[in-house]
Write a protein that binds this ligand. Structure first.
Ligand code: GLN
Length: 514
């Protein structure tokens, strides 16, 4: 597939995936590479533009992430953001030093309308700043194109060389006209046409899958979540009954979820494919016995998944391809794409043992962000309730039960979660929050019920709002809703005597508990 690409060079900043997402929202495909990536490899991608991200370091310090100056001589437009802007100046002969006044937060920036980046942007616009260093002297050939009260060079450019730099962060929503600036960069500076559209992605991917699979057979790991469902439908449209979907009920699904998945993908559902449901609950509980450490639980669940598939594949006979619903953030967060440290290993990427017996892995959604997966799902005509289902992690309730997993605990968290979801939906809050679920804490505490002392578990309720799942805020669910769910949970779920609401955002917490 040939398409215009913008490359993001990742210097370790927190919100670097957002840069790629925003560029894609502008209709231009974008990929993230670590700053450690060779220039040759970047050149091979034949990018229409390159964006340097922010990062925690100071570019003038020894050992700080850097890049070869040659990148500025390729005739490819470069946009530096924050650390990226400072590095560009530093490498090209300007000066960066500790700022007399550090800027943090929403700050009014005065922009120069004669710049291609700011042409249709307000002359005074609110931007998000987060820097301790500042550019005290421009590199030769550059001119200032924006300033703030404390920052003489809030933006700068050398139009003749297509080099642009912003001290603030256009990718975060706090920068009110940030998307326009990024759009100006990709359209007005890089000359992109905007060929990244979901309908063409779906069409091209279906063709590509047909070509790749030929008359071979594919086995799809269906978990029932949005990602693997969309992947399965995409595969089914491409190759029909050459596809077998194995749905492993690992006993860590939400209440009744197994039957729901079967209703959609099973023989009575609308899709052409072979569907196999494996009830492997006991097997997973056995493996997980006594295991408390979250990363180890994820690994065990991931590996057991693969093993179950392997066994099914053997029963089916020769299978050439294994399909997985990996999406782009999984790739980047596993440390494969960008520069982010491994926050969580992802079973779709990390836990895959070398000895899997398939010819090849197909990951049809590997390049997509979550919202793009949903859009692709809509293009494919999958029902809204599937496409707009809230995200559910591969390890399932396994990482919503803190500490050791037992069948009894699974039942508790399933029941509590079902009540919480019912109450949220009944109050109309399911449309207002992006993810909400119950988790079982590993904490037992004293309670009193029917005049008797109890010593039982605490359930944590979570509900967050987010646009990108990279950052999230705890949702302000009305007290009546929390109250009603609480009393139902303590009444209806055995061995729960306390309900807590998680008020933490991401960061510093993650959305999931483990
Ligand atoms: N570390 C650099 C500074 O403090 C860049 C910060 C950033 O990229 N957000 O100025």
């Amino acid at each position: 597939m040939k398409r215009e690409t913008v490359v993001v060079l990742d210097f370790g900043g927190q919100y670097n995936q957002l840069i790629a997402r925003r560029v894609r929202e502008c209709g231009v495909y974008c990929e993230i590479y670590s700053y450690r990536t060779d220039l040759e490899k970047i050149k091979e991608r034949n990018p229409k533009g390159i964006i340097f991200t922010g990062g925690p370091n100071s570019c003038y310090e020894a050992g700080a992430p850097t890049y070869t100056r040659e990148i500025f001589n390729l005739g490819i437009p470069v946009l530096g953001i924050c650390y990226g802007a400072q590095l560009m100046m530093h490498l090209l002969g300007g000066k960066v030093e500790k700022a007399p006044v550090r800027e943090y937060g929403k700050i009014e920036v005065n922009t120069d309308a004669s710049s291609k980046i700011f042409g249709d942007v307000s002359p005074k616009t609110i931007c998000w700043m987060s820097h301790n260093d500042y550019i005290s002297q421009l590199a030769p050939g550059f001119r200032a194109s924006a300033f703030t009260d404390n920052c003489p060079y809030a933006a700068m450019e050398d139009e003749s060389r297509d080099l642009y730099a912003l001290q603030f962060h256009p990718e975060v929503l706090h920068t009110q006209e940030g998307k326009k600036m990024l759009s100006n960069f990709v359209y007005k500076v890089c000359g992109c046409a905007g060929d990244w559209k979901m309908d063409s992605f779906v069409e091209e991917t279906i063709q590509a899958i047909r070509k790749k699979v030929g008359s071979g057979r594919a086995l799809c790991a269906l978990s029932g979540g949005v990602d693997s469902s969309v992947a399965a439908v995409l595969m089914s449209k491409a190759i029909g009954s050459q596809l077998t979907c194995v749905f492993v009920d690992h006993g860590l699904l939400r209440k009744k979820e197994g039957d729901e998945v079967e209703a959609v993908f099973g023989p009575s559902g609308p899709y052409d494919l072979n569907f196999i449901r494996v009830n492997a609950q006991e097997r997973f509980y056995e493996k997980l016995k006594g295991v408390e450490e979250p990363e180890q639980k994820r690994k065990i669940i991931g590996e057991e998944f693969i093993r179950v598939f392997e066994e099914e594949a053997k029963k089916i006979g020769a299978v050439d391809f294994l399909v997985q619903g990996t999406i782009y953030p999984d790739v980047v967060e596993s440390g494969v794409g960008g520069e982010s440290t491994v926050i969580k290993s992802h079973h779709n990427v990390g836990g895959l043992p070398d000895y899997v017996d398939f010819k090849e892995i197909i990951e049809p959604l590997r390049d997509l962000f979550k919202d793009e997966v949903r859009q692709a799902g809509l293009e494919l005509g999958i029902p809204d309730y599937l496409g707009f289902r809230q995200p559910f992690p591969g390890p399932g309730l396994g990482i919503r039960i803190i500490g050791e997993i037992t069948a009894e605990k699974v039942k508790m968290v399933q029941d509590a979660d079902a009540i919480w979801r019912e109450e949220i939906a009944a109050a109309g809050w399911d449309k207002k929050v992006n993810q909400y679920f119950a988790a079982l804490t590993n904490m037992k505490s004293v309670g009193v019920m029917g005049d008797e002392r109890t010593y039982d578990y605490a359930i944590a309720l979570r509900a967050v709002t987010t646009t990108d799942f990279m950052t999230a805020e705890s949702a302000e669910i009305p007290w009546e809703v929390i109250g009603k769910a609480t009393s139902r949970i303590v009444n209806e779920v055995k061995h729960v005597n306390r309900v807590l609401y998680d008020c933490t955002g991401k960061p510093p917490a993650t959305i999931e508990f483990e």
